[in-house]
Design a protein around this ligand. Structure first.
Ligand code: MIC
Ligand code: SF4
Length: 756
């Protein structure tokens, strides 16, 4: 678990020279994100890098993986034939614990149910030199913030909320497992040099407004795709009023606007957090290069000259926000929310209020919510809704137990869940409603896509700060505004809540988690990793076939997805998480949440061979059995959300060849390329309308596939008429090699000469 201080020293030693070189080449001052990117680039060309254009090879300092994605990442790593990870890496067991009764019982059940997967992850980690965090130790992003993130570092993680570490000044980027394999194998990792969005924070946070509201408001401004291809860099006086974990919250939810990552400049709050988490030596080192861990001073004076876009948020006037339902960018100011609930006929009664998750489970978050709980107890109030608390890590849980916050939250009716993802990812055995019941919940999580938390598409999920969620739990209603409204207590009196207050860090220090971590064997060569052939949870990977060297001719359209098609729609989580290590089994969830544009139904598509309607995985399997490759068409920001590469591997496994959409979310587009699929976009988004239900699609020009060169799509309709349109792609030379090899992994394996 201990930090590799030498690694940090090595990274820091490169800052002065490399940033100076970049400054000279560009002939201008540098932003913070640029400094960190240039330091981690394997090579700086004499032309420097062009944002939004040049692909750059990086050497990240670390890799982090969570159990639901690590299974596939590690199955791929095993096929790559590399004896040991080349950079410090960790695996975290957090996604597979189902919430039902409470922490202890739920954890015991998870340990039993997921035994095979946990043992697999533990033994692979042990063998290949990966640090292993057991179930119950905490959620990946909180554990990383507490142990591994450091200012100026660069990390990739197989989870879209990896940018949480930006709260500690790290460039931390969410990726698919195949990308993690590259880095763990000692290869460089490639990313298009991002654009930069500067967010100028003015004023000071206070009252009912908290860090969460910064990102909820920003999501409203930028929308779910506004950050695509960009790093969001925060700067200005306002940054200094936000705690380190609050900064983490803001960076975490940058995933919801599609940002590559988000980052804050190093400051005293970060130093304080490093000291409180036993890393005073890192604070010391960071202080030594503090100038390198901020944007150059000229940038802050004239930001619009240096960022591609600048947004100003005044923390003095920022109101608390509530976002939702069904999308995290539907932002409402608290003062306008009650009206919105009525006007839009959202279910007014609040059924469940949930605080915690990787986004908002810091000591400060819980202390502020517990402060409200104390007030409630004094004022004779109890939660009217069900109320759950998910601590982010055992360190936080044990500390808030010692300091009394848990007791207060439980006294108002709260149930403490395991230190794990739980309801945030649909690992929630909800017993108070039936599927199909229209109802509202509010969480301090980050995502609220339809059916995400409880598999019920009729659950209206809203997102807000833990303080607002707690206040609404006391009211049991969505229309309550704690700033202005009174509540009636158990004695029939009218009472009002005071503004929440809380400590950022525990006065008596954090308690330690002595049992959560296992370090790997120093020589793992003799360790055997067994995968039973009979397992329905784990399946060794077989390599995908190489490209046959031909264009795709007359492939049937499998599905034309309408509207939002997130990774949750493509490869649902919740009950399906148990198959994350078994490609064939998990493929039975492929596209079951996506809406068919021709009948507006989920999981009901026409089988062109039979003319009948069937579930998507069945039709795909039928085409596959007939040797027919198929194609999917989609809308804007296709693949938004998770980093799960299953959303790319399942289509590949069931015979998919290409995905043609109006636009892609970054991680998913890369995942498709890595798995040998063709992610393509309409040159003209209106061409989406040309696709009809019985179409046969040909993609012409693959033989000459080249960076920047369009390919042709020939659309044969049922009535024999035909359309021809051009499609764009973003493949560069090395990515074209992945396509030709059948997958990126096939290439690595051929280089390490093991064959997969
Ligand atoms: C999520 O928040 O959607 C998840 C579950 O953490 C995913 C990862 C996964 O699908 O396993 C993510 O954010 O990448
Ligand atoms: Fe887990 Fe939810 Fe965080 Fe994803 S967003 S890592 S599911 S707590």
């Amino acid at each position: 678990m201990t930090f590799d201080l030498d690694l940090i020293k090595k990274t820091y030693s490169q800052f002065p020279a490399k940033t100076e070189k970049a400054r000279k080449l560009l002939g201008r001052p540098l932003t913070l994100a640029e400094k960190i990117l240039y330091v981690h680039a394997t090579d700086i060309p004499s032309s420097a890098f062009v944002r939004g254009k040049d692909y750059v090879d990086f050497h990240p300092d670390r890799v982090a993986m969570q159990d639901a994605t690590a299974q596939m990442a590690l199955l791929q790593f095993m096929s790559a034939g590399i004896p040991k990870v080349a950079v410090p890496s960790t695996a975290h067991c957090d996604h597979l614990i189902q919430a039902e009764i409470g922490a202890d019982k739920d954890l015991a059940t998870a340990n039993e149910k997921n035994k095979e997967v946990y043992e697999f992850l533990a033994s692979v980690s042990n063998k290949y030199g990966i640090g292993f965090w057991k179930p119950g130790a905490g959620i990946i992003h909180q554990v990383v913030l507490e142990n591994y993130a450091f200012p100026g570092g660069m990390m990739i993680g197989t989870d879209s909320h990896t940018p949480n570490a930006g709260g500690l000044g790290m460039v931390a980027i969410g990726v698919g497992g195949a990308d993690a394999v590259d880095v763990m194998a000692g290869m460089s990792w490639e990313l298009k040099f991002p654009k930069l969005i500067g967010v100028h924070l003015k004023g000071k946070l206070g009252g009912w407004t908290s860090a969460k509201d910064v990102i909820l408001a920003l999501a409203g401004i930028l929308t779910v795709k506004g950050g695509t291809g960009a790093i969001v860099e925060y700067f200005g006086e306002g940054t200094k009023s936000i705690s380190c974990t609050g900064k983490g919250t803001i960076c975490n939810m940058g995933a919801e606007i599609g940002a590559t990552t988000s980052i804050f400049p190093y400051d005293e709050k970060m130093a304080g957090y490093l000291r409180a988490t036993d890393r005073a030596d890192i604070a010391e080192l960071a202080n030594g290069i503090a100038d390198c861990l901020q944007a150059d001073s000229e940038i802050v004076l004239d930001p619009s000259k240096y960022y591609d876009e600048v947004i100003e948020i005044d923390l003095d006037t920022l109101e608390p926000h509530i976002n939702g339902p069904f999308t995290p960018d539907k932002a409402w100011k608290l003062s306008e929310f009650a009206k919105a609930v009525k006007e839009n006929n959202y279910p007014e009664e609040l059924k469940v209020a949930l605080i915690g998750s990787c986004t908002n489970s810091s000591y400060e978050d819980i202390d502020r919510s517990a402060g409200l709980a104390s007030q409630a107890l004094l004022k004779n109030l109890k939660a009217k809704s069900q109320f759950t608390i998910t601590p982010g890590s055992e360190v936080v849980r044990a500390t808030i137990e010692r300091d009394g916050q848990l007791d207060k939250l439980e006294k108002i009716g709260g149930v403490v869940l395991a230190n794990a993802c739980g309801p945030c990812i649909g690992q929630w055995k909800r017993n108070d409603i039936k599927k199909g019941d229209r109802n509202s919940i509010i969480t301090s999580f980050n995502r609220n896509f339809a059916a995400r938390n409880d598999s019920n598409p009729e659950t209206y999920a809203f997102v807000a700060s833990p303080e607002i969620v707690t206040a609404l739990a006391l009211a049991g209603s969505l229309t309550f505004n704690p700033k202005t409204d009174y509540l009636e207590n158990e004695k029939g009196e009218k009472v009002k809540l005071d503004e929440p207050k809380g400590d950022e860090l525990p006065r008596a220090g954090f308690l330690k988690d002595e049992h959560g971590y296992t370090s790997p064997a120093s020589d793992g060569s003799k360790i055997q990793v067994n995968i039973s052939e009979a397992s329905d949870r784990l399946q060794a990977l077989a390599p995908f076939a190489k490209w046959d060297g031909k264009d795709i001719i007359d492939a049937p359209l499998l599905l034309k997805a309408k509207g939002k098609c997130t990774t949750d729609h493509i490869s649902m989580a919740g009950p399906w998480l148990k198959f994350r290590g078994h490609l064939d089994n998990i493929s039975n969830n492929m596209f079951i949440g996506a809406i068919n544009a021709f009948n507006e139904k989920a999981n009901s598509i026409k089988n062109q061979l039979t003319g009948g309607y069937d579930e998507v995985p069945n039709v795909a399997r039928n085409y596959k059995a007939q040797g027919l490759g198929w194609i999917v068409v989609g809308d804007e920001n296709y693949g938004e959300g998770s980093s799960r590469e299953h959303a790319a591997m399942e289509p590949r496994w069931l015979g998919g060849r290409a995905i043609i959409v109006k636009s892609f979310a970054r991680i998913h587009e890369t995942n498709l390329k890595k798995q040998g699929m063709l992610p393509l976009t309409f040159t003209n988004s209106a061409d989406y309308d040309k696709i009809q239900e019985d179409d046969k699609l040909s993609i012409i020009g693959l033989i000459d596939l080249a960076p920047g060169k369009q390919v042709k799509l020939v659309i044969k309709h049922k009535d024999s008429s035909q359309d021809e349109i051009q499609l764009n792609h973003t493949f560069n030379e090395s990515q074209i090699a992945w396509f030709k090899a059948g997958s990126a992994l096939n290439l690595i394996a051929s280089k390490s000469k093991v064959g997969v």
